[in-house]
Design a protein around this ligand. Structure first.
Ligand SMILES: O=C([O-])C(=O)C[C@H](O)[C@@H](O)C(=O)[O-]
Ligand SMILES: [Mg+2]
Length: 432
């Protein structure tokens, strides 16, 4: 059947222009299996301006390869109907010439494909369109997604092994102590609970030998009796190691996240343990779903609107998971308040959200929204204000953009491995 270009006929305001603002935001020395976070991480703020003078905002990865695609899409958008979200994807397919084949940003969200790169860019434009549309109609974004089914969204405490400061003392100090053993992890968890009231915990693993990480989870279980706990080594373990950890932590963990790499290996582990497996690495596109679901490789999918292509597609993913009896929660990468607003709006409109969502937000000391978010009892209240319910702080945006402009290019692409090699020359990603 011939495709109709809805943009010619769809009602509602048109886009007059798009503003793209890459920023570098302070990122603490958080450790993962690839390396360590850089002192500053790139993000991109997308603003869509309509002929009615309304501005909608979105956020995504700011690395060069995303910026190149975002520029192509921004240039093609003048005259596009804000409400024509389906047309946005068609347009992106035409103008965003992505190439895939390597690993993603940070190496922790699976194989990079051209489609995934493109969707990671379009997601910010989709969110910005929904924000603009919501503001135009006087409706919150969740109303455009079918309405909220909860008034607040629960997030978990995202625990990281970390250093107190970046190698050489560069970057910002955030006042957090190093956490490199079970006692340090428990202390970090206590502080996050004190500040934000979280009731569940995820530890980023794959940093130390599995026995040390098992000990950290046991220490958390003792300190926070009965609270849901998760461990995520980002695929750093063999199937044998994964099964060993699963045996040791059976009855202690709520789920084990990406213990090993690739769907067949995840399926092998899943078949031999009663512990549910979650992923944000082996199910990251629709094409990966059939194999993962039919082989029982994953029991929980950690959705992420950034790489699934936005908020509508996140709801579609949730519906597919529900059909197959697979649970849904939400993955995060280092992000600002614009993305937290988008995550919260879509999480509010997903009926079967089975677990507290991940968010790096408690680790960020900088933001571009005028009123940064606060967690109450580990939850973010769902805004009913028009659009996403956030306004940009233009001075902050300009300041963080200036940092990006002033950078010599070495921090404009996230590279945890390179950041680690500053402290440990010759470092390579850990595997057990
Ligand atoms: O759940 C995950 O895999 C992540 O949150 C990926 C991130 O890149 C995390 O590993 C990090 O920030 O170091
Ligand atoms: Mg993960």
């Amino acid at each position: 059947m011939a495709e109709v270009t809805a943009t010619e006929t769809a009602p509602g305001p048109r886009i007059t222009h798009v503003r793209l603002t890459p920023v570098l935001i302070a990122d603490p020395p958080l450790l993962n299996t690839t390396g360590v976070h850089q002192p500053y991480t790139p993000r991109l703020i997308v603003e869509i301006v309509t002929e009615g003078g309304v501005t909608g905002v979105g956020e995504t990865y700011g690395d060069t390869k995303y910026l190149v695609l975002a520029r192509a899409l921004a240039d093609a958008l003048a005259g596009h109907q804000v409400a024509d979200i389906n047309g946005l994807f068609t347009l992106a397919g035409r103008v965003c010439h992505a190439e895939g084949g390597g690993l993603d940003v940070g190496g922790t969200r699976g194989v990079e494909t051209a489609e995934k790169l493109r969707l990671s860019v379009v997601s910010a434009f989709e969110v910005a369109c929904l924000d603009a549309l919501g503001k135009t109609l006087g409706l919150p974004v969740h109303a455009l997604l079918g309405g909220k089914v909860r008034d607040s969204v629960e997030y978990s405490a995202y625990l990281f092994y970390r250093w107190a400061e970046h190698p050489g003392g560069v970057g910002e100090r955030d006042g957090w102590a190093a956490a490199l053993d079970p006692a340090g992890v428990v202390e970090q968890a206590r502080r996050l609970v004190e500040r934000h009231g979280f009731s569940s915990f995820k530890l980023k693993g794959g940093v130390f030998a599995p026995d040390e990480e098992i000990a950290a989870i046991r220490a958390l279980a003792e300190a926070f009796l009965g609270r849901p706990l998760r461990l995520d080594p980002n695929g750093a373990w063999s199937t044998e190691t994964s099964l060993y950890v699963a045996r040791e932590l059976a009855g202690v963990l709520e789920y084990l996240e990406d213990p090993t790499t690739g769907t067949p290996a995840m399926a092998e582990v899943a078949a031999a343990t009663g512990l549910p497996l979650a992923t944000n690495m082996c199910v990251t596109t629709l094409a990966e779903i059939p194999e993962a679901f039919t082989t029982g490789a994953v029991q929980v999918v950690l959705s992420d609107h950034h790489y699934w292509g936005g908020l509508h597609r996140t709801r579609e993913l949730a519906a597919i998971c529900r059909t197959f009896g697979v649970g849904v929660s939400m993955h995060s990468n280092f992000h600002l308040g614009v993305s937290l607003a988008a995550m919260t709006q879509v999480a509010a409109a997903v009926p079967h959200l089975d677990h507290a969502c991940d968010s790096h937000y408690p680790w960020s000391t900088e933001d571009v929204v005028a009123e940064p978010f606060t967690f109450e009892d580990g939850r973010i209240e769902v805004s009913d204000a028009p659009g996403l319910g956030v306004e940009l702080d233009r001075d902050r945006l300009e300041f963080l953009h200036r940092r990006w402009l002033d950078d010599d290019g070495s921090l404009r692409d996230r590279d945890d491995l390179a950041a680690m090699r500053v402290a440990r020359p010759g470092w390579s990603a850990r595997r057990w």
